[in-house]
Design a protein around this ligand. Structure first.
Ligand code: UDP
Length: 317
């Protein structure tokens, strides 16, 4: 297929673009490089530097579909600058949908998030769980999920929203490179690499077995594989939603232990206060995508995710 990957210079977009090329698809990456990196666009992809709001300049009738990652994705920033999130994530996607409608492009796979669910009543979380985001980032992604539902019903778009839990690891030389790092695994590895002195654990008084928060980590290569299945499964007039996680949770303490095993570094930690807005436990049920699209994660082990992220970091030192 001939596919457009918006945000293909970012972490997940670059891994998906690489896997699409490996599977012999033709790939164009659209990215404004506001947070992405030009050298993260895989060789073999055509690259257009442009804002998502200008996607009409790129979208033509000869595209078979779009994988849409271009977005703002920091929860804290979304609370401080909500207008940026509404403009980029919601108005930006509306511009993309207008362009797809005008060109007659019928497939879209959207990068949604577990943040659409907010604080869950029960875990594991399946797709029938109530959506109640606790921040503007989650609200903006949920708004796009709703837009896709309407566009599918009214105009025959074939859409799939993939709701990611905690993505980790690296694939094919592409990994996580944030200017300001807030995520647990990259921070633990920065400590191991000597770039930070210690890691602060955000609370040890949570109602969990070891008192630290539990999250469902998914390898970025497994996550990317789901996008290749989803783009093929798009059906005109239908919008499907799938959760993507491993269905197993690891606590903050367990992740730090994995980083110690993998790197051989002691990784000093200090226990700090809870981070506002953190739910105690987030674990996905991904039964729906397993049953309907035959998705199977190949790397559910936390040590493999941490080891692949570590190899990526060291390759760049
Ligand atoms: N966390 C932590 N210290 C850090 C970064 C994260 O204790 O320096 C915790 C955070 O409170 C959460 C878990 O690690 O419980 C995963 O956080 P991350 O930011 O990686 O992903 P999130 O679950 O927020 O999407």
């Amino acid at each position: 297929m001939k596919l457009l990957v918006t945000g293909g210079a970012g972490y997940i977009g670059s891994v998906v673009a690489a896997q699409l090329l490996e599977a012999d698809h033709e790939v164009t990456v659209l990215d404004d490089l506001s947070t992405g990196h030009r050298d993260a666009v895989p060789a073999g992809a055509h690259f257009v530097e442009a804002d998502i709001a200008d996607s009409a300049k790129v979208v033509t009738a000869d595209f078979d579909g779009v994988l849409h990652f271009a977005a703002k994705s920091l929860v804290g920033e979304s609370q401080q600058r909500p207008e940026l999130y509404w403009r980029t994530n919601v108005a930006g996607t509306l511009a993309l949908l207008d362009a797809l409608r005008h060109a007659g492009v019928r497939r879209i796979v959207f990068s949604s998030t577990a943040a659409t669910y907010g604080e869950p009543d029960t875990v594991p979380i399946d797709e029938t769980a109530p959506t109640a985001p606790t921040n503007t980032y989650g609200h903006s992604k949920l708004a796009v999920d709703r837009m896709l539902g309407g566009e599918a019903l009214a105009h025959g778009l074939g859409a799939v929203s993939l709701r990611y839990f905690n993505v980790a690891g690296a694939h094919g030389g592409f990994g996580e490179r944030h200017a300001v790092e807030t995520h647990l695994i990259p921070i633990a590895l920065q400590v191991a690499a000597g770039e930070r002195e210690q890691l602060v654990v955000y609370g040890e008084d949570w109602p969990t077995p070891d008192g630290t928060c539990v999250r469902d980590y998914i390898h970025v290569a497994d996550l990317a594989g789901a996008h290749l299945l989803a783009v093929q499964a798009c059906e005109p007039g239908s919008h499907r939603i799938y959760n993507l996680g491993n269905g197993a949770g690891f606590s903050v303490r367990e992740v730090i232990e994995a980083a110690r095993r993998v790197t051989g570094h002691p990784i000093p930690v200090e226990v700090g206060p809870r981070r506002p807005g953190d739910p105690a436990v987030l674990v996905a049920s991904s039964e729906r995508i397993r049953a309907e699209l035959g998705w199977e994660p190949a790397h559910p082990e936390i040590d493999v995710m941490v080891a692949d992220a570590w190899e990526f970091i060291r390759s760049r030192m």
